[in-house]
Design a binder for this molecule. Structure first.
Ligand SMILES: NC(=O)c1ccc[n+]([C@@H]2O[C@H](COP(=O)([O-])OP(=O)(O)OC[C@H]3O[C@@H](n4cnc5c(N)ncnc54)[C@H](O)[C@@H]3O)[C@@H](O)[C@H]2O)c1
Length: 252
């Protein structure tokens, strides 16, 4: 088991990539805190992990709330005695639309969920990782932050911010033996996909997007989970500040 007894928090665990990550983490022996704004969803995913023999708790937490992120970290420590891995995966999309059509409230929310969440995870999580003598942070960014396309300007910027924050934290936290890395998935068939493609996803839109991916398909929660397991494991002990494109070659 590649994550045996590691304690991991995964945000956005109730759906899509997050649900895939917690499933693989639990199967690899991690003790998982499944955190999500959708508390009921987080508890349902947790129940499935436990039915499959995994160790997990579900926590309702808004990653933009300092108080709730603090409580999420405390839940990991209180239940499992410490913390080794934080996966900042919860995210907020932008509907594909002209940049000037996005209102200020939506802009603020996108940056709060996609960037401020990393600040709060660091403020509350890093001291606990330090107590452990090191740890891992994994941030779900996006190909949008590396190869921005029109229609997603503010989302692209927030994921570019997440990539820059990943590298910045990596250099500062290396002395604490805390590795900070990011994943950059290409579009995946999760509830978010419709927003990225500008509404209801037609077969034609889907096929057109797939055509832009050299390996010929969208990303899956399993793809994201597999890379997350690697980054969280000791196999990645010399990797920090990297942003791995999980994109079937889309960014080439
Ligand atoms: N699906 C894609 O095409 C795609 C591509 C690249 C990157 N991403 C990124 O992957 C991550 C996961 O997205 P997904 O596709 O699995 O989406 P999803 O909609 O399936 O899941 C997102 C989860 O995050 C939770 N969430 C939203 N705001 C939250 C908050 N404030 N606090 C706590 N939880 C919150 C939601 O309740 C939901 O369960 C996001 O960061 C997203 O930006 C997605």
């Amino acid at each position: 088991m590649r994550l045996k007894d590691k304690v991991a928090i995964v945000t956005g665990a109730a759906s899509g990539f997050g649900a895939g990550i917690v499933e693989r983490f639990a199967a690899e022996g991690a003790k998982v805190v499944c955190a999500d704004l959708n508390g009921e969803g987080a508890r349902e995913v947790t129940a499935r992990l436990k039915d499959a023999g995994g160790a997990a708790i579900g926590v309702e937490a808004d990653v933009t709330s300092s108080e709730q992120v603090k409580a999420m970290v405390a839940a990991a420590v209180d239940t499992y005695g410490g913390l080794d891995v934080i996966v900042n995966n919860a995210g907020m999309p932008q509907r594909n639309q002209p940049m000037l059509d996005v209102d200020e409230e939506t802009f603020d929310k996108i940056f709060e969920v996609n960037c401020k969440s990393l600040y709060l995870a660091a403020i509350h999580g890093v001291p606990v990782l330090r107590e452990r003598g090191g740890g891992v942070m994994i941030n779900t960014a996006s190909t949008a932050g590396l190869r921005p396309r029109p229609g997603l300007v503010w989302y692209n910027g927030s994921k570019g911010g997440a990539i820059s924050l990943t590298k910045s934290m990596a250099v500062e936290l290396a002395a604490d033996n805390i590795r900070v890395n990011a994943l950059c998935p290409v579009a995946g068939d999760t509830p978010m996909l419709g927003e990225f493609l500008g509404g209801e996803v037609t077969n034609e839109m889907y096929a057109k997007f797939v055509d832009t991916v050299p390996l010929g398909r969208l990303s899956t929660p399993r793809d994201i989970a597999n890379v997350s397991v690697f980054l969280a494991s000791d196999e990645a002990e010399f990797l920090t500040g990297v942003c791995i494109e999980v994109d079937g070659g889309r960014c080439i």
